[in-house]
Ligand binder design. Structure first.
Ligand SMILES: [Zn+2]
Length: 58
């Protein structure tokens, strides 16, 4: 996903990317990086399944 003219430093275009450290926006023009607090890939349902398996084991 591209965010046109959203860079706070140079006003350039930023693209959404993610790596081991999480999701962030990186500027195509100056390389400025802005971390995102939101975690779009987080799936709450997976945690509930894990809790259910834990309670069965105990
Ligand atoms: Zn920039």
């Amino acid at each position: 996903m591209i965010y046109l003219k959203s860079c706070p430093r140079c006003g350039g275009d930023m693209h959404l990317t993610n790596d081991y450290y999480g999701t962030y926006r990186a500027c195509l023009q100056c390389g400025n990086v802005v971390d995102l607090d939101e975690t779009p890939y987080d799936v709450p349902g997976l945690r509930k399944v894990g809790d259910r398996m834990d309670s069965q084991a105990a």
